[in-house]
Design a protein around this ligand. Structure first.
Ligand SMILES: Nc1ncnc2c1ncn2[C@@H]1O[C@H](COP(=O)(O)OP(=O)(O)OP(=O)(O)O)[C@@H](O)[C@H]1O
Length: 357
């Protein structure tokens, strides 16, 4: 992107620092009085390296999509910065913002809702090229054909409409559209959650294949760890607007440190039904981001919470935000193939407080 520093980033494509988005809640006749703020994202920091996939994982409402929208500057942050190749994109305007948009694209969750039913597939895929003034009509047509082949569709399908395609094919069209401007960063916002399980693996494999061929960097949003197990290099676990743990994927599955990460892992069924645990991973509802709990936000649902957790908010130190890091039992909690029954029993006992941590 013109004017952006390509060399001084030391491998980081994206650096997010203390990012926050608070939505004011207003009341009164002309909504003049602010009665509270939804802290959708509340101080999030992470780095996305070139060519890697960082997954953002957490329950519905924890702030994943808001983070994704902030990173793409689809919404304005309340605080914090998002540096893309060293340039803070939250400050960009006009042509430099447009140049950033060309290099950072999104694949949406719902391939049924995200494609315009009135456009042909060819028009859908070439629309970003027109918006950014890339090529003439002949070269755009050629590019559409190339993109269709790239995502496993056929060039003749450019003349068809989205409703003529299955969910998996539509998501391929959404991916082709996102790739049309040759982006470096692709935000994948739950790209397979709306698809049949049988189709999910095909789309995940396509995304991985495209990443290798085109050197793409992915910020991959998902609500559970099962999907990201096959795509992520690193995983950031979010809870109530904050990152509670961030680690290399293998490390996170082998040695989950935050109790919330453990609960998310416990929710993944073991591939072998005979070895599935019977643990109920997490009780209670996600508290409201309008009034997050004091201290550690997870303490109201945490089986390991102590008094300190109720009063003092833990900082994200060395990849985890937990006062009890290093004190929790680690043996028997190998989640790399799902939760074993023995580990599940152990986890249940710990959760009930029957075994000393
Ligand atoms: N425009 C808005 N005004 C007020 N609150 C909002 C707005 N957008 C999002 N929120 C709230 O912010 C919180 C985070 O929402 P967000 O969509 O980022 O979560 P999420 O983790 O992506 O959830 P999901 O998986 O359901 O999309 C939620 O409590 C949501 O209700």
């Amino acid at each position: 992107m013109s004017g952006m520093n390509r060399s001084a980033d030391g491998g980081a494509l994206l650096e997010v620092e203390n990012l926050a988005k608070h939505y004011p809640i207003r009341s009164g006749l002309i909504l003049a009085r602010e009665i509270g703020r939804v802290r959708a994202v509340d101080g999030v920091s992470f780095t996305l390296r070139r060519g890697e996939t960082l997954a953002l994982v957490g329950e519905s409402g924890c702030g994943k999509s808001t983070t994704a929208r902030l990173v793409l500057r689809l919404i304005e942050p309340s605080a914090g910065s998002v540096r893309f190749e060293g340039t803070d994109i939250t400050k960009l305007e006009g042509p430099t913002l447009k140049a950033f948009r060309r290099r950072a694209q999104i694949v949406f969750q719902d391939p049924y809702a995200s494609l315009n039913p009135r456009l042909t597939v060819g028009q859908t895929i070439s629309e970003p090229l027109e918006v950014h003034g890339i090529g003439d009509s002949a070269s755009r047509r050629a590019r559409v054909e190339e993109l269709l082949r790239l995502v496993g569709l056929a060039p003749y399908q450019a003349a068809r409409f989205a409703h003529e395609f299955s969910g998996g094919q539509r998501q391929r069209i959404g991916i082709a559209r996102a790739l049309s401007t040759e982006p470096d960063l692709v935000v994948c916002d739950e790209p397979v959650s709306a698809l049949d399980v049988s189709i999910q693996a095909q789309v995940v494999n396509l995304l991985r294949d495209l990443q290798q061929r085109l050197g793409l960097s992915y910020l991959f949003i998902a609500h559970d760890l099962a999907v990201v197990k096959h795509v992520a290099d690193r995983i950031a676990v979010m809870y109530l607007g904050r990152i509670v743990e961030i680690a290399e994927k293998r490390e996170l599955f082998r040695n989950p440190r935050h109790p919330y990460t453990r609960a998310l892992l416990a929710a993944i069924p073991h591939p072998d039904p005979a070895r599935r645990g019977r643990v109920q991973p997490l009780g209670g509802d996600l508290p409201s981001p309008l009034k997050p709990p004091s201290g550690c936000r997870f303490h109201t649902r945490c089986p390991f919470a102590i008094e300190r957790c109720r009063h003092e908010e833990p900082a994200l130190t060395d990849g985890v935000a937990c006062h009890r890091d290093g004190e929790l039992p680690s043996h028997g909690l190998d989640f790399s193939g799902g939760l074993t029954e023995k580990a599940a029993r152990r986890m249940a006992l710990y959760a009930q407080g029957s075994v000393a941590g």
